[in-house]
Ligand binder design. Structure first.
Ligand code: FES
Length: 86
């Protein structure tokens, strides 16, 4: 993932809260936006600084549960038929 500019982060912080939405990115992470919390296996809250986050699903990120872009380096591929609505 590319780094967000300070202006992007400022706009994100001031965006109104909304119902959670998850976007499945082909060959990449799950984008989660809206009002939600991320819970660790022990029940604790995983901190986040942005309302929209990218969650790793390739398993190779160095900052799990977040995506750090490593999926591109390892050539992570998903099945196209799992990315589209039915
Ligand atoms: S999906 Fe991006 S690093 Fe795993």
């Amino acid at each position: 993932m590319s780094a967000a500019s300070p202006l992007d982060e400022q706009n994100d912080r001031h965006a109104p809260l909304s119902s959670p939405e998850i976007v499945v990115c082909p060959n990449g992470p799950l984008l989660v936006r809206g009002d939600f919390t991320i819970a660790a296996a022990n029940g604790g809250k995983i901190p986040r600084r942005r309302r929209t986050v990218a969650l790793c699903r390739c398993g190779a990120s160095g900052i799990k549960p977040y995506c750090d872009g490593t999926h591109k380096l390892i050539g992570f591929r998903t099945k196209p038929d799992t990315e589209n609505a039915v």
